[in-house]
Design a binder for this molecule. Sequence first.
Ligand code: HEC
Ligand code: HEC
Ligand code: HEC
Ligand code: HEC
Ligand code: HEC
Ligand code: HEC
Length: 379
Amino acid sequence: MRQRFTVIILLLLMGLSCSLNMAAQNQAPSEWQTCSACHTIGKGKLVGPDLYGVNEKYSEDWLIRFIRSSQTMIQSGDPQAVKIWEEYNKIPMPDNDLTDEQIRGILAYISAYDPEAAVAAAPVIAEEAPEEHVAKDIPGKFGPGNTQPTFIIFLILFILAIVDVAFTRVIRARFIHFVIILVSVFVCGEIIVVEARALGRQEGYSPDQPVWFSHKVHAGQNKIDCLYCHHAATESKSAGIPDTRLCMNCHNVVRKGTVTGETEIARVISSWETEKPIEWIRAHNLPDHVFFSHAQHVNAGKLECRECHGPVENMDRIMQVKNLGMGWCIHCHRQTEVQFDSNSFYRKYTGLQQSLKEGRISRVTAEDIGANNCQMCHY
Ligand code: HEC
Ligand code: HEC
Ligand code: HEC
Ligand code: HEC
Ligand code: HEC
Ligand code: HEC
């Protein structure tokens, strides 16, 4: 009796956490994550075509071959493949090392996807770029909060199974322990991998810092210019974090703060006296294969810091507010007009200058000057 009761409880727990997990992932197969850098479903084109209705446009066999290696098909002269390749200005789609089953999974996800429902389900923020709603459906982009209950339940199951097999022996049939241990190791492992991949590109990431440094106190209340501390932003790739010496320009005198009293400023002074730099933790991290330059955006592009970093002057603790994904960069390059005539930086684009003057085009976007070419952002 006791044995059967325990088995039922364990199975119920497993069922519960599986459904939690499914709800969190919105059933997108994990392979879709790569595709979503370049494709949306029903939200317009990104780097590649909108994939809404693609299952009706081509046969399944064609799609499987194309997704695995579009270049092979283009080179073999497949007319449909060549047509879309030319339509997209010969931007290559990378090969995907996927099984037929995995590709069918992606295709099934695309065909079942309802863009209206997804928009309704996502927390809609008025002027957010559309691809950021899509991003919400991608496993790996959801915050740790969503997977935590599943993780904990499976960890408990794992421990219970081990304890039972070794000591309590409530369940006699060994295979039940075996199944539970196997499933929980798999689920916990999967969650760890997904979360690790999401690290560093997480919207809302806001690490603890060694000193309670507040942008609200400095840039907000005391109106210190961003460039006073991040002066490198106009002339180099990185904006840089200021050295303690710069803090001491003011904190030689200002020894007490309204929020933290003397304790936090004392740490700054101690760093200066011991010559040990403060070890700030980075909030924004692009992967190594991506090139990004502040000078280009702040100086040539004349963009405000807040367009990419949000209202930093209201933040007591710095937070990453954009997902820093490829779709985010691409989308802005499509939308943002460059101030062509007033900026000597753009003099070299004589062809575009001419078209603009003759009224053949009404505006020039960052994309028009090549910002969406692969090699611009990837080493
Ligand atoms: C780096 C960008 C990129 C990635 C990643 C990418 N694609 Fe593409 N995809 C493209 C481009 C560009 C095209 C247009 C054809 C061409 O230029 O080769 C395309 C075309 C397609 C087409 C044909 C669509 C049509 O309407 O004709 C399908 C289907 C497709 N991709 C599926 C996928 C799937 C599935 C994945 C993920 C496994 C994926 N793509 C990943 C860039 C990408
Ligand atoms: C076009 C978007 C964009 C604009 C505009 C922008 N940033 Fe950034 N910022 C980024 C990205 C992306 C990163 C991450 C860079 C990386 O990991 O290599 C970053 C990183 C940073 C960092 C971390 C240190 C570093 O340089 O990598 C600081 C500090 C920073 N930005 C400050 C600023 C300030 C101050 C401004 C305005 C003068 C500004 N940013 C304007 C996108 C932007
Ligand atoms: C241009 C002057 C100036 C610079 C440079 C400066 N601070 Fe401050 N800081 C202030 C002022 C003014 C206050 C506010 C005192 C108050 O709360 O009335 C302050 C407050 C603080 C506080 C306490 C906040 C509170 O309210 O409890 C800390 C911690 C701090 N600063 C750290 C730093 C660090 C770290 C740097 C260098 C990266 C730095 N400051 C650079 C002017 C400056
Ligand atoms: C008094 C100096 C000071 C001023 C003024 C200042 N910052 Fe900072 N900033 C820092 C310090 C110190 C850090 C590192 C500690 C932290 O992350 O809070 C930092 C970190 C950042 C980061 C996060 C970098 C990362 O990825 O870790 C961004 C983004 C940023 N600042 C943007 C701005 C913007 C935008 C402004 C103007 C509204 C501004 N800062 C004004 C000192 C300053
Ligand atoms: C808020 C809008 C915005 C965002 C977000 C943005 N960019 Fe840009 N980007 C621009 C503008 C505007 C230009 C044109 C300015 C110029 O001439 O360099 C540009 C230009 C570029 C260029 C240079 C093109 C050239 O002609 O030299 C590169 C490379 C680039 N961006 C990379 C990135 C990367 C990588 C990201 C994402 C991490 C990103 N950008 C995000 C607006 C943006
Ligand atoms: C405007 C800048 C920009 C351009 C142009 C660009 N990328 Fe990317 N790409 C990025 C950024 C930023 C990331 C990192 C995304 C992340 O970590 O979420 C990335 C990631 C990737 C990845 C890894 C995908 C992943 O999920 O880790 C591949 C593959 C890729 N890009 C291929 C391409 C190809 C092929 C092109 C040309 C069609 C291209 N990119 C054009 C900015 C760009």
